[in-house]
Design a protein around this ligand. Structure first.
Ligand code: IPM
Ligand code: MG
Length: 359
């Protein structure tokens, strides 16, 4: 089969880690007899430099015409002082919105071989961590009305959280469908229903959808408690479903529980097979261009692409197994070196190791 993949390398370490994932996809193509073609497009700070806008129309068009999108990361100090609608981050929000990618899947799994990297006490992580966060991605406060106005005490700024029944229903359904494929069949829905009206509607609608899935247990948790529970007892979480902003915050927290944000992939999906796949970490300008980045999160994002957009489950597992085996064998990039005295692998060295383990 032939698959056309749009590449949004972006800024900072984005180009390095996307190139690593491309190598891995090419290797998988050879091994299983698929043809992957890659077309690069500008997005983020590099697009601002080249065209004046973070998300050129050509990029949106290219993404829509592709079978799937692989993104590195966008942003950096160079563009931090630009106005909100011209910032590199607009590119990300823009693609998510233009492609209707409302479901963001962020698995966080603690590798046995990286238990020592987990900042939590050994007795807390003993039971393991294997959760998947389902974050609503095209609604809520990140897309709500915002602005500045003159108030009684001078200038004011506001952002608004608004969720429709339809938006909550479809993300809840994505969460319950995910739970049905997992052993524990548990969904924890995170909100702030003791204060926010949007959370009260969220809760109502989630429970309505839950009724269609009697095999799945559904529990509500307030977001402040959830932030605490994630470090107190992370193994209690199986599938988590939450709003755009809460999911943004809690997914970073859950990544740290697994040792490094450099390990966590994500998939953003809508109603079609065309999705966007990206590591959950950012552009890490401090190590950009130094060949130090951990490519694993992006490589695992490519595996998610094979699974969700192309239905290539064996191929996805092959990549995941190679990553697991490389870590088991003790190979480490700088971010997961822990107290080891060995020199860390560079981004390209780690990529080469993973290719070697795919064979
Ligand atoms: C993420 C990022 C983005 C988000 C930023 C860069 C706009 O933090 O993917 O988690 O908030 O969604
Ligand atoms: Mg984030």
């Amino acid at each position: 089969m032939k698959y056309n993949i749009a590449l949004l390398r972006g800024d900072g370490i984005g180009p390095e880690i996307v190139d690593s994932a491309v190598e891995v996809l090419k290797k998988i193509g050879e091994k299983y007899g698929h043809e992957f073609t890659f077309t690069p497009y500008l997005a983020g700070g590099c697009a601002i430099d080249a065209t004046g806008v973070p998300l050129p129309d050509e990029t949106v068009k290219g993404c829509k015409e592709s079978d799937s999108v692989l993104l590195g990361a966008v942003g950096g100090p160079k563009w931090d002082t630009l106005a909100g609608n011209l910032r590199p981050e607009r590119a990300l929000l823009g693609v998510r919105s233009a492609l209707g990618l409302y479901t963001n899947i962020r698995p966080a799994k603690l590798y046995q071989s990286l238990k020592a990297e987990c900042p939590l006490r050994a007795d807390i992580v003993e039971k393991g961590v294997d959760l998947v966060m389902i974050r609503e991605l095209t609604g809520g406060i990140y897309f709500g009305e915002r602005g500045r106005r003159k108030g009684e005490n001078g200038e004011e700024a506001y952002d608004t959280e608004c969720y429709s029944t339809m938006e909550i229903e479809r993300i809840a359904r994505a969460a319950f469908e995910t739970a049905m494929k997992r052993e524990r069949k548990s969904v924890i829905s995170i909100d702030k229903a003791n204060v926010l009206e949007s959370s009260r509607l969220w809760r109502e609608v989630v429970h309505k959808v839950a009724a269609e899935y009697p095999e799945v247990t559904c529990t509500d948790m307030l977001v402040d408690n959830a932030a605490m529970q994630l470090v107190k007892n992370p193994s209690q979480f199986d599938v988590v479903v939450t709003s755009n902003m809460f999911g943004d915050i809690l997914s970073d927290e859950s990544s740290q529980v697994t040792g490094s944000i450099g390990l966590l992939p994500s998939a953003s999906l809508g109603d079609t097979k065309c999705g966007m796949y990206e590591p959950i970490h950012g552009s890490a300008p401090d190590i950009a261009g130094q060949n130090k980045a951990n490519p694993i999160a992006t490589i695992l994002s490519a595996a998610m692409m094979l699974r969700y957009s192309f239905d290539l489950e064996d191929e996805a597992r092959c990549i995941e197994k190679a990553v697991n085996d490389v870590l088991e064998a003790g190979y480490r990039t700088a971010d997961i070196l822990g107290t080891s005295k060995e020199a860390p692998l560079s981004c390209t060295e780690m990529t080469a190791k993973i290719l070697e383990f795919i064979k």
